[in-house]
Design a protein around this ligand. Structure first.
Ligand code: UD2
Length: 377
């Protein structure tokens, strides 16, 4: 529109200039030269406006975000990768009629819920392994929690994103106690020193801020995807590329059989994590968050800001960062959801829905490992 306007303006103005030049007997070629420079300057600034306007429209549509972090693959979060599958790969034909019947495998906003039997690892691997993806994995081992690292790392090497490039980022205040675990080729560890704390709630909550900072300083430049995992856990079964997506959350094993009025959402309006009665999808565990680095950065930044706002008002959400996470995910729907197969708790008996336990929180003596203790959920 602006461009049309400027062309029309130019056309009309040329006519006027012709008349003035004729009347005053001025040399037309030098007059035109000056005039053209002026017109070009005007047109250029109009183009600029059009370009800026387009950017603003894209922003409103959520198609373009101005981002301070220089992410590794600048545009990867805006584009869908080609799902290339090799010719000649033989596998059991998928059916549109037969599948899991005792669990729900898709959300009402059409994000898949990943359960055993909803994906074929052979196909998934054939698509994702050739992409040479770089996977960052953050884990916090602060204070006595460093004791969980060995099992976490050793079992991850057996089951977690096998054959992918995995970079573990271990956040700890006890560098000297980090165990030396043999890693497969293409996988490595970076230790990030963090301060200790005498409140476990603070350690758990400050993960958001520290992950945000680590993404800005390092991870954003190196990785395609990121997983943020609890350390007091072990892998027991395959955790592969079926878990990759833009924003991935995991259903908390303690609440998947309940309706939202029984979730431990933050119910005090004074907290930024507040979720009003009557609202809710699933209750997500704080132990596993994943997705494109850019999207997890946005999430951690949001949670950090909300945690800080609450702290400034002397309020702490019912389950710290997990409460803010649940609010974020209620209004920013995840693109993929992992079933409780991907987040179990050792003290819970296995049941019919959970055909395989892939990742589970170990039993721990809270009074012994935490600097201060709170009754468990
Ligand atoms: C739940 C969540 C956890 C977190 C927490 C929030 C699940 C299964 N777990 O677990 O992710 O949202 O509630 O209240 O969803 N940590 C240390 N040192 C400490 C304390 C914690 O390193 O002294 C780290 C460690 O990585 C640990 C994580 O913080 O795995 C979460 O702490 P937790 O496991 O004690 O929290 P928990 O069991 O209540």
């Amino acid at each position: 529109m602006l461009l049309c306007k400027s062309l029309l303006f130019t056309y009309m103005f040329l006519g006027i200039v012709d008349i003035i030049a004729d009347v005053h007997g001025v040399n037309q070629s030098s007059f035109y030269l000056i005039f053209r420079v002026l017109v070009l300057t005007y047109c250029y600034s109009s183009f600029g406006e059009v370009k800026n306007k387009d950017v603003r429209i894209l922003e409103v549509l959520g198609l373009c975000q101005q981002d301070p972090v220089n992410f590794r693959r600048e545009n990867c979060s805006c584009r869908t990768r080609d799902m290339l599958s090799p010719q000649g790969l033989l596998y059991k034909q998928p059916s549109v009629l037969k599948g899991r019947t005792n669990v729900v495998t898709v959300t009402p906003w059409l994000a898949p819920i990943v359960w055993e039997g909803t994906f074929n690892p052979l196909i998934v691997d054939s698509i994702y392994k050739p992409m040479h993806l770089s996977i960052a994995t953050t884990v916090f081992a602060v204070g006595k929690y460093v004791r969980f690292l060995r099992d976490f790392l050793e079992t991850a090497e057996k089951h977690f994103m096998v054959d992918f490039k995995v970079h573990y980022y271990i956040f700890t205040d006890r560098r000297e106690d980090v165990p030396a675990v043999v890693l497969a080729p293409g996988r490595n560890v970076t230790i990030i020193p963090v301060p200790g704390s005498n409140r476990w709630q603070e350690i758990s909550s400050r993960r958001m801020e520290m992950i945000q900072t680590a993404i800005e300083n390092q991870i954003g430049k190196e990785a395609d995807y990121i997983f943020c995992l609890d350390v007091d856990t072990k892998f027991h079964g395959r955790w592969g590329a079926e878990t990759l997506s833009r924003l991935v959350a995991t259903i908390h094993p303690g609440y998947y059989e309940h309706t939202h009025e029984h979730y431990p959402y933050e119910r005090r309006p004074a907290s930024r994590a507040y979720i009003p009665a009557g609202e809710g999808d699933y209750y997500y565990g704080g132990a596993t968050i994943a997705g494109y680095v850019r999207d997890v950065h946005k999430l951690t930044k949001y949670c950090r800001e909300q945690l800080e706002a609450d702290a400034a008002n002397s309020i702490e959400a019912a389950w710290q960062e997990e409460s803010h996470l649940n609010r974020y995910l209620l209004y920013n729907k995840p693109t993929k959801i992992l079933s409780p197969e991907y987040l179990w708790q050792d003290f819970k008996a296995k049941n019919n829905e959970v055909q395989i336990i892939r990742f589970s929180q170990v039993n721990k003596n809270y009074a012994e490992v935490r600097p201060n203790v709170k009754k468990r959920k």
